[in-house]
Ligand binder design. Structure first.
Ligand code: VGL
Ligand code: ZN
Length: 258
């Protein structure tokens, strides 16, 4: 692109253009859209968000996410899947399978959905929010919503596979015992900017956005493409993410950010 003149030198204007070109190359973001847990159970199955305290319609994120995908804005697309074994500790009907830690205020016999119980897992205490049985591996509830657009060459990341620890973040489990494939996928693809959306705002999307910042990514939370469990949970999560440096945006603003 640089046209040398007769003396073999470049003009001021050419120098300016070349400089801007290289700056743009160096600073060019590589973007990833991480679509968190847009699975049947959170929309119309056992953990349907409309039955949760905030009463939100989870299905309404599907056209918003599809529209983002149809604009071909992102270099990388990742779909995450909550992917639990039958004996997962988060299921309220599995409480009987484990020992309760003496510090637990919730007793085995009285445990119900949304309680915070404390288990004794191999001599270590582990606090756990109790959920209805959801997203068991290979079930209908674990499938992506049938209307969600699935793009070619996307990555699919499963989480919550270890029966003894929950995994809200798509990066690692709640006790940071082990990582999913997400961070190595994003590193391998040279991603700089992570856009998060999906279900649920105050649980898995929020935890994923938080950990994206901790991994050093510029992080954008696409709020109109997310729905949550509780209004209080959503507003607290929003505050803590803002304090952390997460950028809150609506899907309509995304093209101007990229
Ligand atoms: C989720 C509750 C339990 C989520 C997963 O994807 O937000 N919520 N498991
Ligand atoms: Zn789960």
């Amino acid at each position: 692109i640089i046209d040398l003149d007769n003396d073999g030198r470049i003009s001021k204007e050419e120098f300016r253009c070349a400089w801007l070109y290289w700056l743009k190359q160096i600073l060019k973001p590589v973007t990833a859209l991480v679509i968190v847990d847009v699975q049947n159970d959170f929309i119309s199955g056992s953990l349907a968000l409309r039955e949760c305290p905030a009463g939100q319609d989870a299905e309404s994120v599907v056209p918003v996410i599809n529209s983002l995908l149809e604009q071909n804005l992102f270099d990388v697309v990742v779909y995450t899947l909550d992917w639990h074994p039958d004996n997962h500790l988060s299921f309220v009907d599995n409480v009987g399978l484990r020992n309760i830690h003496p510090t637990s205020k919730v007793l085995k016999e009285e445990a119900k959905v949304h309680d915070e119980i404390v288990f004794d897992i191999g001599g270590v205490s582990r606090q756990q929010h109790l959920w209805p049985r959801h997203c068991t591996q290979g079930s209908w509830g674990s499938e992506l919503h049938p209307d969600l657009k699935v793009v070619e060459n996307a990555f699919h990341v499963k989480k919550g596979i270890n029966p003894d620890v929950d995994s809200y973040s798509a990066f690692w489990d709640n006790d940071k015992l082990s990582k999913t494939e997400l961070s190595s996928i994003l590193a391998q693809q040279r991603v700089t900017d992570v856009y998060v959306c999906g279900l649920a705002y105050d649980v898995c999307v929020g935890f994923t956005a938080n950990d994206a910042v901790d991994h050093g990514f510029r992080t954008v939370f696409v709020e109109d493409a997310a729905r949550g469990v509780s209004l209080d949970g959503i507003s607290k999560k929003r505050e803590s993410l803002l304090a952390k440096g997460v950028y809150m945006a609506d899907s309509g603003e995304v093209p101007s950010l990229i």
